[in-house]
Design a binder for this molecule. Structure first.
Ligand code: SF4
Length: 955
């Protein structure tokens, strides 16, 4: 197969070799430049010549204008300054009605505005006209008042600026008039400070070439591989062609050139009319319908399913076939599932998209640091932090590796309290790096400086100890470099920034940063993003994620310029975007012999994510016999390439699991919650208890359901604990039904929970919650009148018991029983529940007949988790307290009026029930510790709905 680039190279006369150093070859992407260079050296292997200038279009513009594109943060601060100038002080005696938004509020809006300015320039739109003055805008507004696009833009603007809806139109019009003024003063400011966004340079070069005030620094420019040109590109190329200083190569196919309905040809047909074939204009036109092709359309379930199919397909390729294969991802989110699913026979790989640093531990560290700092309460040594944020930070793998002494701090987190004192981590004797991370910072400039210093110290430590792999070193190098650049800019502008905006800038820096590919970029299997395919050809193409919304990407235009105005000024809309996607899709297939298009078979509930319309176009265009279709039914756990999300119990994992073995590891206990997680999804257990990825907590400062439940528990404990060992009569309970007693108990519980003495948290809605908790506790006590008299055996009773599930293998089981009371020698174990409670067979006794199935169901069905927990507690009680009579009850606090709900219709659970429970539990533990059984994703996606690891699993 001869690709487009080879076609160009073949046409280059060898006589021109000595002039090459004065030529520029310009392609739409840097990737295509690499391939061209390679092809050129292959074509002239013996000759000695200067390699010509091979440039992407953006690099070409920069070279011709002699200016460079500025950093976005500098551009945004400059934009804010220009925008601020439009807020003139009111004339004397008048009140200033409009307030300049802070930079933090302006930031997101400014990004969109900058993008709009860039487009306006790139498409040579008359800025004065599009950003009309206020009077003209009023006309515009009346003209378009029924236009949904305009209304949508108005609403979005107001949402971002935090305006009242009633002032919507007025603000928008004022705003637009400001934008017009801003555009001009901003450009002047940028020009005089040598700052440029890219559209600005495109416009400048186009205007200078059109009026003949500039000469490009090349004798000849060869453009190749373009499709949809912006207006400025059209003028640049057109001017050079007219002056006989350029040639151009277009790549097209008869399929979309000859059929008007083919959206793939929307721009090419127009280009052909404007620049028909000539000495300078070369049209390379293929006929893909005539060339034999094998097309496979394969459906796979979600990202994981598709990644596994790709893994299997690649496993079947020889090394030579891999060289000519391109794997194209329409959704770059599939990169990591795919990397994990690659088979072992892949000899060499090039990820042309670059590796996104946001998937690295360095990003995790920066993010955990910022989240920790943003959620601190109190100042300096008296500050408190939420335990989950501290855990996220100190359990980061880089931290752990660099600071082995961190383990000693985990005890500070082993409390039930949600809050921990920061002083415990920054006392003298703590590692300096830890102090850097944990010391509260008020100022934005200190926040970023400490982050850089902390990350640098971790990097140096790990380098010194040779604990960093190649990729990690690359991640560290690029992350630190970018953070330092960001720091430099933040130091310049920090007075205007709030910490939350800094966090956004850091996240954005990581999101945009990709580790460039290393090694030989044109060798080996190519893994690339969709737009990376421009001008490249492969014998075999595997295209992944061909679903609507990904291919084409759908309407994702982020702009304040409404559709109607965009149309009027010939700015691109989503229709042009779709046509661009259509072209790239057809183009990358036009020379391929073997085409595999994969799509996700799971359509979203709202109908989005259907099979891409491009697939249907293929089915319609190509002869039936060249297309095969099937849906991949592979079982996830059986696939050899399923390493993606099946975690095999390697020696490392087995070592981690030993922490639960008595006499071997840390002797960590297993709670009923841990076992429940394992039963629901073994992979979730792995994430939570072995890798210890903690669930993210909400950001609101109000009480969350977990706080709420804990306070109720503590309040009841406070009330009942003094009665332990007493026979509690109805009169005794009535004494508790005193509002002052209950208020004191709740107050104590709240203080205990939040360490209220150190800082205040009870305000606003929390006060309301406090009253609700008081009422709830009052009702619980009132209902207990029904149970009295009883002997209170205890509250919050912690029980542990060892279980040998295999010869020589023992785990420690643990449970905390909310309350146990005894009547007639029967122990009533009661569990308070704040969440939803679903109990099985409440209305009839289940033992002895159906008891075994009953136990089994509690292991199998996640919805009976409350009953499972009660059985677990009953089992622990009967094991440690001997052969006693036990009743098990759950107190659903959401239905407090119904009182305690008893399992087995309020009858004693026979000992056979607990024996069965132990039998089932033993089997579960045997499976958990079986080295041949991997941790796998659950098949029941309902269980993923509220799972904290959905993102990792892409569920
Ligand atoms: S998202 Fe689903 S598959 Fe993944 S860990 Fe959670 S429950 Fe398991």
């Amino acid at each position: 197969m001869k690709g487009f680039i080879s076609h160009i190279v073949d046409q280059l006369p060898s006589d021109d070799l000595d002039k090459f150093h004065k030529y520029a070859f310009v392609f739409p992407s840097r990737r295509a430049c690499y391939y061209f260079r390679e092809a050129l050296l292959e074509r002239f292997p013996e000759e000695t010549f200067w390699v010509p200038n091979i440039l992407s279009i953006e690099d070409f513009i920069v070279r011709c204008t002699g200016k460079s594109i500025s950093n976005e943060i500098d551009l945004l601060f400059a934009l804010y300054a220009a925008y601020s100038d439009t807020y003139l002080p009111p004339p004397e005696g008048e009140i200033d009605k409009e307030e300049l938004p802070t930079f933090d509020r302006f930031y997101a809006w400014g990004q969109v505005l900058l993008k709009d300015f860039d487009e306006v320039d790139r498409h040579l739109v008359n800025a004065r006209e599009i950003y009309r003055n206020l009077d003209q805008l009023q006309q515009l507004e009346s003209r378009y008042q029924d236009n949904e696009e305009v209304l949508f833009a108005l609403k979005r603007f107001n949402r971002m600026m935090g305006n009242e809806p009633t002032t919507l139109t007025v603000n928008f019009i004022n705003q637009w008039s400001r934008v017009s003024k801003t555009y001009h003063s901003y450009k002047n400011h940028l020009n005089s400070n040598n700052l440029y966004y890219s559209g600005m340079l495109y416009r400048q070069l186009a205007e200078q070439l059109a009026n003949g005030s500039i000469n490009v620094p090349f004798d000849k420019v060869v453009f190749a591989g373009f499709n949809a040109l912006s207006k400025s590109e059209e003028v640049i190329i057109g001017s050079l062609l007219t002056n006989d200083a350029a040639t151009i190569y277009w790549d097209a196919d008869r399929l979309y050139m000859e059929h008007e309905v083919e959206e793939a040809g929307k721009f090419m047909r127009r280009n052909y009319k404007k620049w028909p074939p000539s000495e300078q204009v070369h049209w390379v036109i293929t006929d893909m319908l005539k060339d034999p092709k094998r097309i496979q359309l394969i459906g796979g379930v979600q990202a994981v399913g598709q990644a596994q199919v790709v893994g299997q397909l690649l496993a079947e390729l020889s090394e030579e076939q891999q060289q000519s294969c391109g794997v194209v991802l329409a959704d770059e989110g599939l990169l990591f599932p795919l990397l994990f699913a690659l088979p072992e026979n892949i000899q060499s790989l090039n990820v042309t998209m670059g590796y996104p640093t946001k998937h690295s531990h360095w990003f995790g560290l920066a993010n955990a640091y910022m989240e920790y700092q943003l959620h601190l309460r109190g100042k300096a040594h008296n500050a408190y932090a939420e335990a989950s944020y501290v855990t996220d930070l100190i359990s980061n793998p880089l931290m752990q590796r660099a600071l082995p002494s961190l383990k000693q701090f985990s005890s500070a987190l082993n409390t039930k309290s949600k809050w921990v004192a920061v002083s415990a981590f920054i006392a003298s004797g703590s590692p300096e790096t830890l102090k850097l991370a944990m010391t509260p910072k008020d100022r934005v400039s200190d926040l970023i400086s400490s982050l850089v210093e902390m990350m640098m110290s971790i990097y140096q430590k790990l380098r010194l100890d040779q604990q960093l792999g190649d990729l990690e070193t690359e991640f560290a190098y690029h992350s630190l470099k970018h953070l330092m650049q960001l720091e430099e800019r933040i130091q310049k502008h920090h007075q205007q920034l709030e910490p939350r905006t800094l966090a956004r800038l850091i996240i954005q820096a990581f999101e945009q940063l990709k580790i460039p590919f290393s090694g030989e970029p044109t060798k080996g299997l190519q893994l690339m993003g969709f737009l990376e395919t421009r001008a490249l050809d492969f014998e075999r193409v595997i295209l992944v994620s061909a679903n609507e919304g990904k291919l084409p990407r759908g309407n994702r235009h982020t702009s304040y310029i409404p559709y109607a105005i965009r149309k009027a000024f010939k700015l691109p809309t989503f229709e042009e975007q779709d046509a661009i996607y259509a072209y790239h899709f057809k183009r990358v297939l036009q020379r391929a012999k073997d085409i595999i298009v994969l799509y996700n078979t799971e359509v979203a509930i709202d109908g989005s994510g259907e099979k891409s319309r491009f697939i249907w176009q293929l089915i319609e265009s190509f002869p039936k016999e060249s297309i095969s279709q099937h849906v991949y039914q592979m079982s996830l756990s059986k696939s050899p390439a399923s390493a993606t999300l099946d975690i095999q119990k390697s020696s490392k994992v087995v070592e981690m699991m030993q922490r639960f073995l008595v006499g071997i590891g840390e002797e960590k206990s297993l709670s009923p919650t841990a076992i429940r997680h394992y039963l629901d999804c073994s992979l979730r257990f792995y994430f939570r208890y072995l890798v210890r990825i903690r669930e993210r907590e909400k950001e609101s400062k109000e009480l969350d359901p977990r706080d709420f439940g804990n306070i109720v528990h503590h309040g009841l404990e406070r009330l009942y604990q003094p009665l332990t060992g007493e026979t509690v009569s109805r009169d005794r309970i009535k004494e508790l039904l005193d509002s002052q007693v209950i208020t004191e108990a709740v107050d104590w519980a709240i203080k205990n929970h939040f360490k209220k003495s150190s800082f205040s948290v009870i305000e606003g809605k929390d006060l309301l919650h406090e009253q609700i908790i008081q009422k709830l506790i009052y009702k619980v006590v009132e209902k207990d009148l029904r149970e009295a008299p009883f002997t209170l055996t205890g509250t919050e009773i912690k029980i542990t018991s060892d279980l040998e599930f295999s010869p020589g293998k023992v785990v420690r089981l643990e449970g905390t029983l909310d309350r146990v009371h005894t009547t007639n020698e029967t122990h009533h174990i009661v569990d308070y529940k704040t969440g939803k409670v679903d109990l099985k067979n409440l209305n009839r006794p289940v033992f002895p007949e159906g008891g075994l199935d009953y136990v089994q169901t509690h292991f199998d069905e996640p919805r009976f988790k409350s009953g499972f927990q009660s059985l677990f507690y009953g089992y622990l009680w009967s094991k440690t307290r001997g052969n006693t009579q036990v009743k098990l009850g759950v107190y659903p606090l959401k239905k407090v009026n119904e009182g305690i709900q008893w399992l087995n219709h309020g009858q004693v659970i026979p000992i056979a029930g607990f024996s069965e429970f132990e039998k089932q539990l033993t089997q579960v533990l045997q499976e958990l510790f079986d080295e041949t059984v991997p941790f796998t994703q659950t098949d029941d996606t309902d269980r993923c709905r509220y799972c904290a690891y959905k993102e990792i699993c892409q569920r």
